[in-house]
Ligand binder design. Structure first.
Ligand code: HAM
Length: 417
């Protein structure tokens, strides 16, 4: 039996790396005052089709959907923002707080062709700031992402940023693109021929060389932005001082809900799948669910890709095996005393392991080393009779015989970690 293609087992030893990264994410969210939200991994399919866009790759090709007993179509979430908008509207959060700042860490599912950095189940760290259309909110989202990467030691990053305008100015840009491409469709790839009909903006980030050539002279969106979008974009840019960025007129992103700011952060420590994070503003999405016009902006980092980049750049957090005590004993008749000692030390908050099974004393001490135990408590016949212990400091090798529990506690409390 094998795991489903494109999924990954995260084993003990690896999960500690995840926990350590998640701790960094939580610390940064505390500083930026984002609160954790936990949402279902399944939603009704229309939550995604309505928000991500009927013609996007995610909706047309990549969703895991099934029909439930009641005949309604349900989908494993391919991303987090649609569920956030549904939850925000369903719980009428707009009536409770003026600005909501939420973060989530969890699995997402996309039926993509698996390769390095592209999985069918992957994890995202997402942040969503709902209720503000201030350009500083966009900047905050970008800064939070950059702080995560800085804190984890990642360097070779590229931030690309663009504005895709709003519902007023985008139609004019779309019609300019249609005019430009209408007599050039022959030169486009098959995908872009379809995009020309259905979702022309998506043509802008096609990687096909023949499309690229045609794209080189295509009109740029910046020239079509209305005054409001232009000013907003300029203020976002102005608040990114100290951060390296490139304005990329071709950046459109693969989800249709974006308005105004969009951005992507890539890492040259990744392979072909080099997008580490992406996000942007989605000022019309909440309205689609609640009827209330509420602006929002957010982003998500792919955690598997983050780990690939940290590994490639030598920045993976170092995890040391560690436990406070290992209780060793010679014969089965001392096992109960060892078990009671383990229980007593654990009740005082120490992490403790003991010999499980019937290993020889030498192998028990080897196991203690492997577990990173700081001290071994050894129980033999003499200790069983006296009610005392032998204590061995496994870091220094110093051994004390006939010691009581108070001595043991004092020894570990005074020993350097
Ligand atoms: P996205 O660009 O589709 O945006 O995904 C964000 C990140 O998730 C990507 O940059 C990548 O690191 C990771 N990712 C995506 N697909 C895969 C995959 N198949 N395997 C591994 N990693 C993957 C969103 O999902 C938006 N919801 C972000 C957002 C939040 N926008 C506003 N708020």
């Amino acid at each position: 039996m094998q795991k489903v293609k494109g999924t990954q087992d995260i084993l003990p030893g690896e999960s500690e790396i995840w926990q350590s990264i998640e701790q960094v994410l939580q610390d940064i969210c505390r500083i930026y005052h984002f609160k954790e939200i936990r949402l279902p991994s399944i939603e009704y399919t229309e939550i995604f089709t309505r928000s991500i866009g009927e013609e996007t790759d995610i909706v047309t090709k990549e969703m895991y959907s099934f029909t439930s007993g009641g005949g309604k179509s349900i989908t494993l979430r391919p991303e987090g923002t649609a569920g956030i908008a549904r939850c925000y509207s369903e719980n009428k959060i707009y009536g409770k707080e003026s600005v909501s700042r939420w973060y989530y860490i969890g699995p997402m599912f996309r039926a993509e062709r698996p390769q390095k950095g592209r999985q069918r189940q992957f994890h995202q760290f997402g942040i969503e700031l709902i209720g503000s259309d201030s350009p500083y909110s966009d900047a905050e989202i970008i800064l939070l992402n950059m702080d995560v990467f800085r804190k984890l030691g990642l360097k070779n990053l590229k931030l690309r940023i663009n504005s895709v305008g709003n519902a007023h100015c985008r139609p004019q840009y779309v019609s300019a693109l249609q005019d430009y491409f209408k007599d050039k469709t022959e030169k486009l790839c098959e995908q872009c021929k379809i995009r020309f009909e259905k979702n022309i903006l998506r043509m802008l980030d096609c990687k096909n060389p023949s499309c690229q050539e045609v794209l080189n002279s295509a009109p740029g969106i910046i020239e079509y932005l209305d005054e409001d979008s232009r000013q907003h974009f300029n203020r976002v840019i102005a608040s990114l001082s100290g951060i390296d960025y490139t304005v990329d007129n071709r950046l459109v992103r693969g989800l249709d809900y974006y308005t105004r700011t969009v951005f992507e952060i890539t890492s040259s420590d990744l392979g072909g799948q080099d997008a580490l994070a992406g996000g942007g503003r989605y000022d019309n999405l909440i309205q689609a669910f609640s009827g209330k016009s509420i602006p929002a902006v957010g982003s998500a980092i792919g955690l598997e890709r983050l780990i690939i980049a940290l590994t490639a750049s030598g920045n993976l957090p170092e995890i040391k095996e560690c436990c406070d005590f290992y209780i060793a004993y010679f014969e089965d008749k001392q096992a109960l005393r060892a078990f009671e000692t383990q229980k007593s030390l654990r009740s005082q908050g120490y992490s403790v392991r003991m010999n499980e099974g019937n290993k020889k004393i030498g192998n028990q001490l080897k196991e203690a080393d492997r577990l990173g135990a700081r001290f071994a408590v050894v129980i033999g016949d003499e200790e069983l009779e006296s009610g005392l212990f032998t204590l061995k400091n496994l870091k220094t090798g110093v051994q004390n015989t006939s010691v009581d529990m108070n001595f043991i506690i004092e020894a570990i409390n005074n020993a350097p970690v």
